[in-house]
Design a protein around this ligand. Sequence first.
Ligand code: F6P
Length: 551
Amino acid sequence: MAEWTKQLKTGQPVAPPSDADASLFGPLAGEVTGLARTLTRVRAAAEREARLRLRGESVWTEERLKQFVQMRFGASPIFVLSNREPVSHVRDGAAIRELQPASGLVTAMAPIMFACGGVWVAHGSGDADRIVGERIGLPADDPAYTLRRVWLEPDEEAGYYYGFANEGLWPLCHIVHERPQFRAADWAHYRAVNEKFAATVLEEMERVESPVVLVQDYHFALASRYIKRERPDARVALFWHIPWPNFEAFGICPWQEEILLGMLGADLIGFHTQFHCNNFLETVERTIEGRVEWDDFAVVRGHHTTHVLPFPISVAAEPEERAPAVDDPPAMLETPVEFLGIGVERIDYTKGLPERFRALRRFFERWPEYRRRVVFVQLASPSRSRIPRYQQLQEEIHEIVRRINDEIGEWGWQPIVYHERHHEHREIRAWYRAAQFCVVSSLHDGMNLVAKEFIAARDDDDAVLILSRFTGASRELRDALLVNPYDIEGTAEAIHRAIEMAPAERRDRMSHMRAHVREQNIFRWAGMLMSELTRIPRGDRPGVTAAPGPS
Ligand code: F6P
C-alpha cells in the first residue's frame, strides 16, 4: 500500500495492489484512488493554465471559468435547467449502465457544470434512473455537481416533449418544410410541465440569495417567467439552442403571445446568431405590447428589461489529460480504406441525411475511379422514435442506404457503412480522428456541434470539413467547404474537392478552424453569457427588504 501511494504521488494512474479489495485497506484504496484522480486533474489544469500564460494566450479554460464564476458569484451554486439529462442510467441485462445522450446541449453544458459545480435539473428519462436516484453527484467517480432528476408521467412526456416541443416548436423553428402540429392537449401539458420543472428549480435554490439560473432550449419557453414570478432576485438566462424563424413563420403558432411572454420573463435571452436575435426581436415587436430597443437589443415591458444577444455555442477543446482512450475504428471496417468520410447524427429530418446519401451516390457516379477507395461511415443514433415522422425518416434512410449499397457497391466494398445505435463519445472521437473528411449537411441548424467536435477531436490538420451553409457553425467556420445540402450536384462536387484537395490547402484550412474552435470554446461561451448576466441589475427577494446601500 505504501509503495502504491508513493507511485500515485508522481501523478501516474497506477492500479491499487490486487489484494487491497479483500483486505482491511479496500475502502481506503478506493478513497485514495479518487483523491489521486482529483490531484491529477488539478495538476493537469494548472499546468495547462501555466503553459497558456507563458505563451501569453488568453484562451478561456475550465480553470479560468471556475475562477471567473467564483469572483462574480462567490460560493453561490449555478442552476441549469434542461430537458435532457447529462447522464441516463439504463438497464443492460442485470446490470445498470451509464449513458451520455447524443445531445449537443449535453456536450456543451457538461464541461461548464464540471468546472463551476451547482445543480442541474433535468428529466430523468433512463429506464434505471429511479433505481440510481433522484439526486446524484456527477461524475460518479469524482462528483463536481448535482443532477436533480424530475420524473414525468407518460402522458406528460407525450404531450410536453414528443407533442408540443418536438411536433410543434421543433418544426416551427426549423425551415425544413415540415408542418408543425399544434394540439391544445399538448400545449396544456407543456405549460404544466414547465411549471413542474420551475417548481423543482425553485425548491433547489430556496436557500440561495440571488441565484443564477441558466434555462436551456425550446422545451422551457415558459419556465423563466414562472421562476422570476417567485424569485425576482434570481438572474435568469434562457438559451435557445435552435433557430428562431421570422415573425410570419412564428405567427402560425396559436399560443405565440404566451410563449413570448414566458421567454421574456428571463433577464437575458441568448441565440447562436445575431440573425436569430433580430428575428426574435421583430417577432416581439409585431406580436405583443412592449418596447423593443434596437440600439440596445432589449425588450422593455413595464419595469422589466430582457436583453437579447448572440452567444455562439461551442465545445470544450478537450485537454489531452481527460481525452478518452481511442479505439481503432478502421479495424471495424471489413477492408482497409484509402479515404474515409464520417457523419455523426441523431436521426432527425433537419439533418439532411437522405440528401447527403444522394450526394454520395452522385459522387460515385461522376467519379467512378473512387469506387472501392472511398467509404463513408454514418453513425446514426435513434431519436424521438415515438413520433411517426421520425419512424418514417428512419425507414426512408434504411431504404436509401440499401439501394445505394446494392446498386453502387461491389463484392468486398460498401460505399456507405451505416451504424444505427447509440455511440459512446470515445467511439465517435475515434472515427473523427481516423476520417479524412466529415460531412454536416443539415437543412437548418441553430449551430451544429458535430462540426466543432470533429475539429476539436483532431490533433492534426489533415482533414476537411464539408459543412451546410444553413448551420450557425457556417458563420464561424469559413474554412470548411460550404455547401447547400439541397444541391446534390454541388455537394457531390464538394466531396470530390475534399478528397482531391492539396495537402497544403487542407492543412491551411484546418489549422485556421482548429485555432478558432480552441479560442471560441465552451468556457468562453459560458463566461460571456454569465458576465452579461451580472451586468443586469437584479430585483429583491420577496419578503426581504433590501438593506440600504451606501449613499
Ligand atoms: O438542437 C436542440 C437540441 O435540444 C439540442 O440541444 C440537442 O442536441 C438535441 O436537440 C437533442 O434532442 P433530444 O434531447 O430530443 O434527444
